[in-house]
Design a protein around this ligand. Structure first.
Ligand code: PLP
Length: 457
């Protein structure tokens, strides 16, 4: 039997869950156009749509909310956030934003000249959107193993140095806007990057005068994998590992909604004062004053505490252990998932789960909808719908066609994970009954959020 350490917290406040009837769920998913993003949350029994902004905050975070300084300018809450980022990640400068994509928008405007390349370890939806919106060309330089749902590699999120070298040799370093390295890699299944890889990319970038940026949204979870898997780190704390990881980067974009354990917020952090000055020029236009960037003072205070709490070894041991617990239960039952199991989610491999549905009939979208009807568990498509269309208007065809069971932080118990595992296993036994889907409505960008579908009879 898979096992996990017990939750390293006790529950002080509860939010009741309601299990609706199968009939009501079938009705709800049809009304939602078979898109789990369009379901009312109260229809969901266990909500694994995302780990973004869904964390439970601690008593300490809630108490700091009361001390938030809501001054328009010169807020003390900003000073506390700045200090926490300096202490925990080691960057001298911080520019707050309303959430991660606000930071991505601003850094894309600062660093990208139209026509320049932006290599990254696999795309992320909002990241690539903002890079392309200002004329950048995203290039995937992740190792090949990342695109194979069963390839065994301890650091499947690594950048392939040979791919990066080839890109730079072909176009010249001045045609590279910056290298964007995500830790961990969401779209690859929450797969980590090794310290050795971060260091190598850092050395490569330094040699060629290229800026090395991090999408540090899940840096705490990445630090835990380094502690567990990379030689030389077993005796180091995740807090120390995270700080070393960040020491190699010129700056980061952060979605505080993940590893900062808050419901809203984000920021840019950097070493170069020039970049800070430019970030402040843009932040006042799109987000707010540079001392709040779209957040309330209390939000900044909650984030200042949360980003440190996320680097606690006991918290991370349970957090990653809970994801692994769910994944191992599914593996034991023969359900196809992405392996090794990643940091924030278990990814069902919809191509192997539903081999009778071609990718152009959106197997992962269909599987997420069927899982909701089966159990009230809400998950998310991460496949062809998320990948969108290319410039010619054709579907991007990602190798990975997945349903993401994303575990919110400190919210559900391992007993909830049993309910989820039982539901997926039950659905797997009758997978032949699941039908493919076709579009009823498709928006022009980030289509996964608002598309509507109907089953193909
Ligand atoms: C969530 C996320 C983002 C975007 O952040 P938001 O806060 O949702 O705007 C960027 N990169 C990664 C890897 C993410 O998971």
């Amino acid at each position: 039997m898979p096992s996990n350490v017990a939750e390293p917290y006790r529950i002080k406040m509860v939010e009741p869950l309601v299990m609706h009837s199968r009939e009501d769920r079938a009705d709800a998913i049809a009304k939602a156009g078979y898109n789990t993003f369009l379901l009312p949350s109260k229809m969901c029994y266990i909500d694994l749509l995302t780990d973004s902004g869904t964390s439970a905050m601690s008593d300490k975070q809630w108490s700091m909310m009361m001390l938030g300084d809501e001054a328009y300018a010169g807020s003390e809450s900003f000073d506390r956030l700045l200090k926490s980022v300096q202490d925990n990640y080691g960057f001298p400068y911080v520019c707050p934003t309303h959430q991660g994509r606000g930071a991505e928008h601003i850094i894309s405007r600062i660093l990208i000249t139209p026509g320049q390349y932006v290599p990254g370890n696999m795309y992320f939806t909002t990241t690539r959107y903002h890079q392309e919106a200002v004329g950048g060309i995203f290039v995937d330089v992740i190792i090949d193993e990342a695109h194979d749902s069963t390839a065994d590699h301890p650091f499947k999120g690594n950048i392939d140095l040979a791919k990066l070298e080839k890109l730079v040799a072909e176009h010249g370093a001045d045609q590279i806007a910056y290298v964007n390295q995500a830790v961990t890699v969401n779209m690859a299944g929450g797969q980590p990057v090794s310290m050795a890889n971060i260091r190598e990319v850092h050395e490569f970038c330094t040699k060629h005068g290229i800026i090395h940026w991090s999408d540090a949204t899940r840096l705490a979870e990445n630090a835990y994998f380094i502690q567990q898997r990379e030689s030389g780190y077993a005796d180091k704390s995740t807090a120390d590992i995270a700080k070393e990881m960040m020491s190699y980067f010129d700056g980061l974009t952060m979605s505080g909604k993940k590893d900062c354990l808050v419901n809203i917020g984000g920021f840019l952090a950097m070493r170069d004062e020039e970049i800070l000055i430019k970030a402040r020029e843009w932040v006042v236009v799109f987000e707010g004053m540079p001392s709040y960037g779209g957040m309330a003072g209390r939000d900044m205070d909650a984030m200042a505490v949360g980003l440190e709490e996320a680097l606690d070894d006991h918290y991370l041991e349970h957090r990653i252990g809970q994801v692994r617990y769910l994944g191992e239960r599914l593996l034991e039952a023969g359900v196809p998932i992405v392996t090794p199991i990643g940091g924030h989610a278990v990814f069902l491999d919809a191509k192997r789960f539903l081999p009778h549905i071609p990718q152009t009939q959106f197997p992962a979208q269909a599987l997420a909808a069927a899982l909701f009807v089966e159990s009230g568990v809400r998950a998310m498509e991460r496949g062809i719908i998320s990948a969108g269309r290319n410039k010619a208007g054709e579907h991007n065809m990602p190798k990975l066609e997945m349903v993401r069971l994303t575990i919110p932080r400190r919210v559900y118990t391992d007993r909830h994970m049993d309910v989820v595992a039982d539901a997926v296993i039950a659905l797997y036994a009758k997978r032949d009954e699941i039908l493919g889907l076709e579009f009823v409505y498709e928006p022009p960008s980030l289509r996964f959020f608002t598309s509507r579908f109907t089953p193909i009879a």
